[in-house]
Design a protein around this ligand. Sequence first.
Ligand code: NDP
Length: 334
Amino acid sequence: MTVRWGLIGASTIARQFMIEAIRSQPDGEVSAVMSSNADRAAAYAKENGIPAAFSSLDELLSSCVDAVYISTTNELHLVQAIAAAKAGKHVLCEKPLALNSSDARKIVAACKGAGVVMGTNHHLRNAGAHRAMREAIASGRIGTPVAARVFHAVYLPENLQGWRLSKPEAGGGVVLDITVHDADTLRFVLASDPVEVTAFAQSAGMAAGGLEDGAMCVWRFANGVIAQSHEAFTVKYAGTGFEVHGSEGSLIARDVMTQKPLGSVTLRTASGEEELSFDREDLYTRSLRAFHAAIRGEGQPAATGEDGVWSLAAAEAALASAKSGRAQKIEAGV
Ligand code: NDP
């Protein structure tokens, strides 16, 4: 059976990655797009070969779509996701699920109540590199993990230098944009929940309106691992990376905090260095495949709604710590 998708939001991420990921599924079809502006909806539909264009949520939800992909600005996710669930549509929502974890829990509850599949589009869990790291840790290749470091300071591309830098009311700022991904990826790779965070945030010239464009966080996980992460919109030449250090070895990954299936993972132990091989499937295509399988009743989305609540609770605690100057407990309550 074909899964007919309705796009809520005429967004860059849908154009760059998600439309193709849906179409690459043998049972995937992009049936409609909704924008708040009728002209933009029509132009986007034409540009991307989408049969129907709507400028209201009701119209989209009354159409024949089976699932929605929500990639509007962050303040809109809550209302749109709950309306979609009530209309009986499966929901794949972008991160952060909402502006705070309490609203994110409402989305999860609405989807559960309606009996629809809900996923959070944390693409990095789908990267072969991160899955290889998770498997190496789970199979004991670095002994007991003790510490991790995430390097995710990048330069926000010019075409995205809009609401992320200037609109707190739309959920702008680097913590809701990138720290959520880092919290989720650490949680996935370490297979442990974050319990506490201390963070510093900065506004180093790009963000306005009290928003932050850089953050450094120190995390404690339930399994005892401590981790640090650096997120930024302002850093042009750092490159990205992810390291996990254990009693018997270290995993050192480079260029892996990205939307593409790139990078390398090196295992360093007493025996020397080994490059881990991993699959290079497109991250978003894999995410969609898992979501379609979940609709058929086979397994769960790569990142569930609960995972989205966790990453937002973690980011929320990081923001609270940056504001208060004190460590904050992380309680996802899911
Ligand atoms: P965009 O800024 O491209 O789109 C967001 C909204 O802005 C759209 O829904 C659209 O509103 C409006 N918009 C877009 N282009 C224009 C324009 N030219 N003029 C006026 N309004 C415009 O956002 P992104 O695609 O970067 O991000 C969307 C969501 O996806 C966010 O929640 C973000 O956090 C998430 N994201 C996730 C990624 C991932 O890998 N998981 C990567 C990037 C983003 P309308 O629909 O009403 O037309």
